[in-house]
Design a protein around this ligand. Sequence first.
Ligand SMILES: *Cc1c(COP(=O)(O)O)cnc(C)c1O
Length: 427
Amino acid sequence: MKLYNLKKKNEIVNFSNAVKLGLGAKQGLFFPKNLPIFSKETIKNLLKKKFVHRSQKILSLLIGSEIKKKIIYSSVKSAFSFSEPKISKIKKNIACCELFHGPTLAFKDYGAKFMAHILSFLNKKKKLITILTATSGDTGAAVAHAFYKMKNIKVVILYPKGKISTIQKKLFCTLGKNIITIAIDGSFDDCQKLVKQSFNDQEIKKYTQLNSANSINISRLLAQICYFFEIFHLIKKKNIVLSIPCGNFGNLTAGLLAKSMGLPIKKLILSTNSNDTIPRFLKEGIWNPYPTISTISNAMDISKPNNWTRVEEIFKRKKWNIKELGYGSVTEKETIKNLKELFKKYKYISEPHASIAYTILKKEIKKEEYGIFLGTAHPIKFKKTVERNLKIKLKKSKIISNLSNLKEFCYNIKPDFKKLKRILIKN
Ligand SMILES: *Cc1c(COP(=O)(O)O)cnc(C)c1O
């Protein structure tokens, strides 16, 4: 598989290097040179297979011969067999695809675990690799768990102090060992900026091989393509429309890639919270990010989504019209209103991120369509918001109850690059 840098088109790398580098020159994202199209027959055959087996086929078709099939197959098996996506029917023409049955109860487990296995395989020289990641909530946990105790890999996670839930924090700040966590006195965008700065710093690069396991890493993105296929295996309907709760737009990018490969998704809808840079951009044609606002759907509190350039590239390459994307942003009030509606009217316990996708789906869906919104996190991860608004007590999951007494290991710093650098080089 060959990929090019979106900011420097003559920088071409293979999949292994794209995984190891994360970003290219000028902090450009890598994008596949070939966008393979599967025939109708191939897709029909793929859809008959079980999740893990089908995902092994899809990823080895995409990545090609540069990594042995055996390695891809075993990576997919270890990464995906923990728990498959589940469909919860909400009403006649709407369902939720739950992607949160993995070890950290978020869809990010799929991508992070696949990446961890591939990277660990690629690290043949057994040099120390540092995974440096910014998280607005769920990435941190998924990445920390995926790489926990892996040899020759150190993980450093930055998160905006006070802006993630207690459970999210407990999921990655309590691990210790090869996992280092840093609370930044600022927003997620500040964290992301620090990560980008580190990647440009020659001194850090000399000291350790840096890698970002953010959704900008191509291996995570490719892994996420697989559950879009699973949706079509689980639901045999025509005119399927998907609504995606978007933060950094990795999930949307993966959905669009799946569509580009021939999966018959009728339409994709991007749903955001009040951090609505993209909905405003699509409506007015002007790129004007506002400062990030904190919301109850904190994993989506991002005003400069990294993956947007990839979304634009897909539309350009496929000669699709960007107007075909559905879009909308949802206020806190509406998010809560529909979280309550899902529970009161349909007896479905959801959480703010999925509620946002549900809200826009309801507005956009047409009579002849079947709508699916993605459930990106387990409701227990947003316990306070869910319990307070639905006036219920959530059952504790095993994963969560084991966490509450664990000690947290964490640095606290201002968004100051020099301070971060000291921690990176010291540890
Ligand atoms: C990360 C995350 C999102 C946003 O996903 P992107 O791929 O970054 O757009 C949405 N919901 C939850 C719960 C998340 O953790």
